[in-house]
Design a protein around this ligand. Structure first.
Ligand code: IMP
Length: 178
């Protein structure tokens, strides 16, 4: 799989160190608030696990599924499955995402979740491509800002592959141009 990468942009060690810093910020900001972390499936599952391992305050976890991507292109339409979420009334929610790209997915999810009476709602994203944003959305906790390139690994996929790479890297264009 590594041979399909043009280059590794973030090693496992770099990611782990940054995730620990994000968790430390969250530990400070959410002390006494019993935050509910909602991971956006499937991309955020590894990040969510690593983040929550380093969160030392009482908290709860849930997952939501959303999809908008086919291959390397966003379809523009977002669907989110909120059926399995607990009651969000009065909850301090941290939405955990793999990457903020156009922001369309999370802005849709944020609208749905805020309508459920959350006390607060913040975004924690491992990666952020601000140059691609089509919404006002910003992440309060962001691991790494990156330029506009299609990356895979650490939960991020291309057609469901490469999620299990422990690092993050840019996919060789010939892989998706095939
Ligand atoms: P947005 O709605 O455009 O912000 O897209 C968010 C979703 O698109 C992410 O949760 C990813 O699943 C997917 N995505 C965006 N950029 C990439 C990328 O570079 N690699 C893999 N998936 C990506």
């Amino acid at each position: 799989m590594l041979q399909d990468l043009l280059m590794i942009t973030h090693t496992e060690e770099q990611i782990t160190a940054r995730v620990r810093e994000l968790a430390a910020e969250i530990n400070r900001d959410y002390e006494g608030k019993n935050p509910l972390f909602i991971g956006v499936l499937k991309g955020a599952y590894i990040f969510m696990a690593e983040l929550c391992k380093n969160v030392t305050i009482p908290c709860e976890m849930a997952f939501i599924s959303a999809s908008s991507y086919k291959g390397t292109q966003t379809s523009g339409t977002v669907s989110a499955n909120t059926d399995k979420l607990p009651d969000l009334t009065g909850r301090h929610v941290v939405l955990v995402e793999d990457i903020l790209d156009t922001g369309l997915t999370l802005s849709h999810i944020c609208k749905v979740l805020s309508s459920c009476g959350t006390a607060s709602l913040e975004i924690c994203s491992l990666m952020d491509k601000p140059s691609r944003r089509k919404t006002e959305l910003t992440g309060k906790y962001v691991g790494f800002e990156i330029p506009d390139a299609f990356i895979v690994g650490y939960g991020l996929d291309y057609n469901e592959k490469y999620r299990n790479l422990p690092c993050v890297g840019i996919l060789k264009p010939e892989i998706y141009e095939k």
